[in-house]
Write a protein that binds this ligand. Structure first.
Ligand SMILES: [Cu+2]
Length: 496
């Protein structure tokens, strides 16, 4: 009969049953190492935990056994700078925002010493999301200025966890910077990588608007309305740009322990020009691969990993993009090394697209001119430049060249512009990033290279020079062509 098993079918079935049983057995074995297993794991030896300020992290745990780890965390209320000229009184764990990074392994017994510096004005406590227990430690750790509280906990679940102050008003303590990350590594440690960094997003609420100078107090109303003036990485605007950028070399693997202190906003974390090869979603065991943007909840974290295959400056942002370019949620990863044309070529050629079915003419980018042109008069240059300005530059530098305070520098009566025409042309050709000073005000933002022909660059910059009280310089297409032929100035090295 067709339904009867012959011998080989039977033995196949036996094999399947055996494999299933084995699978269940091996899963059960793995399941042994759950919270219960780590609760009972013996600790060997004792150590004082290494704590680090962002963007750095302590040494990996490697394959060490579970141990007793003493954490000495000091709370300090201290003045810092939110952005140039804007002072803010931060409340900190360990003197930095985010607070000191704590690195443990699963099964460790942590003896936590929370010390409230005598110069502080407020009581504080700590809620560690890695803790199994009431308030994550908060109920045992409320500490007045000049006092110390000690409590113990055992790390039962591996993962990346947020800690924060939970003293009323909780939102205010968090909004002032009282958050950080604690990593609980799995047995044997996380796989080794070349570079590890610590970044945390936070939203800040000040009496004055973005950039209003002086010491800015916390604004409870804006916090309740969830309307931050600043959204930043690592506590202030520019904490991860310019000299303070993260660094790596081409070919290295980078791991970022990325947290979000909130108090209110969730972060759409993204690295412009990179793809996260791996993301430990929400800091847990689940690993997603090939991710463009990962969501970091308020009071949550993720571990992102990627290999940097090409050199350049990669911009880290909250992809809720006004936060990045107008409120500070922007950092940089600078990757050094030789070009890798196989992975990224830069613009090789640019075509003229004729929709009516005309032939496609190609022109090399370096050439920069689309067709032979009759020399224009200055008035003609200014009039085409004006039209072009309205299509390209206007969005950032504004209609009258007045710029946007703290974000986009003015072109009207700009001393930076008027001092050096070559530099201005180079900014349009190659982009501009890093700190510059325009009319006494500092800007540290990114202007991408504008993809324009020599003639267009000449026209638009001539228009700018002949408007709004500028010095009436006239720039010819030939001049732009000559500048384009020179190598890209090194400091303006943003990836084009
Ligand atoms: Cu506090």
């Amino acid at each position: 009969m067709r339904t009867q098993f012959n011998f080989t079918q039977k033995s196949k079935l036996v094999a399947v049953v055996f494999l299933l049983a084995f699978g269940v057995f091996s899963c059960a074995k793995k399941d042994d190492k759950d919270a219960k297993y780590y609760e009972n794991i013996k600790v060997e030896g004792q150590q004082t935990a290494e704590l680090t300020a962002p963007p750095f992290v302590p040494k990996p745990v490697g394959d060490r056994a579970a141990m007793k780890l003493v954490v000495n965390m000091e709370i300090k209320e201290q003045e810092g700078e939110m952005v140039d000229g804007v002072k803010y009184t931060y409340w900190t764990f360990g003197g930095s925002v985010p607070g000191s990074f704590i690195r443990t392994r699963v099964g460790d017994e942590v003896e936590f010493h929370l010390k409230n510096h005598p110069d502080n004005k407020m009581p504080h406590n700590i809620d560690l999301h890695a803790v199994t227990g009431p308030g994550g430690g908060a109920t045992s750790s409320l500490v007045a200025p000049g006092h110390e509280k000690v409590f113990n906990f055992k790390t039962l679940n591996p993962g990346l966890y947020v800690y924060h102050c939970a003293t009323a008003p909780v939102g205010m303590h968090i909004a002032n910077g009282m958050y950080g990350l604690i990593l609980v590594e799995p047995e044997g440690g996380l796989p080794p990588v070349d570079k590890e960094y610590y970044v945390m997003q936070g939203d800040f609420y000040t009496k004055g608007a973005y950039g209003e100078p002086g010491n800015q107090p916390f604004d409870m109303n804006k916090a309740i309305k969830e309307q931050p003036d600043y959204v930043v990485f690592n506590g202030s605007v520019g904490a991860l740009t310019g000299d303070k950028s993260l660094t790596a070399k081409r070919g290295e693997t980078v791991r970022i322990y990325m947290g979000n202190g909130g108090p209110n906003l969730v972060s759409s974390f993204h690295a412009i020009g990179e793809i996260f090869d791996k993301v430990h979603i929400e800091g847990g065991d689940l690993i997603n691969t090939n991710v463009q943007t990962t969501l970091i909840p308020a009071g949550g974290a993720a571990i992102v990993e990627f290999k940097v295959d090409v050199p350049g400056t990669f911009i880290l942002v909250d992809h809720s993009i006004f936060r990045a370019f107008n409120k500070g949620a922007l950092g940089m990863l600078k990757v050094e090394g030789d070009d890798n044309k196989k992975v990224y070529s830069g613009t090789i050629q640019e075509g003229i697209y004729l929709p009516e079915g005309g032939t496609i003419q190609n022109m090399p980018k370096v050439n920069g001119t689309s067709k032979p042109t009759v020399a224009k008069t200055v008035a003609q240059q200014i009039s085409s430049g004006k039209e072009l300005y309205g299509r390209t530059c206007f969005a950032c530098h504004q209609g009258e060249g007045q710029g946007v305070p703290n974000a986009f520098p003015p072109l009207a009566k700009s001393d930076y512009l008027n001092a050096d025409a070559d530099r201005a042309v180079n900014a349009i050709l190659h982009g501009l990033s890093g700190e510059i000073t325009v009319n006494g005000k500092k800007y540290n933002n990114v202007m991408t290279s504008q993809n324009l022909t020599d003639e267009e660059v000449a026209d638009v910059i001539t228009y700018v020079y002949n408007s709004w009280g500028n010095n009436k310089t006239v720039v010819s297409p030939a001049k732009v062509k000559a500048l384009r032929a020179k190598p890209t100035p090194k400091v303006k090295d943003i990836h084009e």
